[in-house]
Design a protein. Sequence first.
Length: 113
Amino acid sequence: QVQLVESGGGLVQPGGSLRLSCSASGIIFSISHMAWYRQAPGKQRELVAGISSVSRTNYADSVKGRFTISRDNTKNTVYLQMNSLKPEDTAVYYCRRTGYNDWGQGTQVTVSP
């Protein structure tokens, strides 16, 4: 049974930082491509960043230079380091195993003064 469990969300002021974590089980993590998505109220879910099994990364234009995706195969965990946060980054952030319908439950990130 695949489980993806996100953590690390919260309330932060503009310009602040957060690090999200996604712990995976029930999959062979080391060969899995992983990604972070987000969904803001009233908007479609969008890709934020992806990381391949060999740690090749890609980012949405809106987060390039501010967010960093990484993985630790020894811990079966993928991370999203978010810096210089803006109010428009407010959303529920989801972890996904790319290519499969495997999603976490989401973690709320709110950027507000």
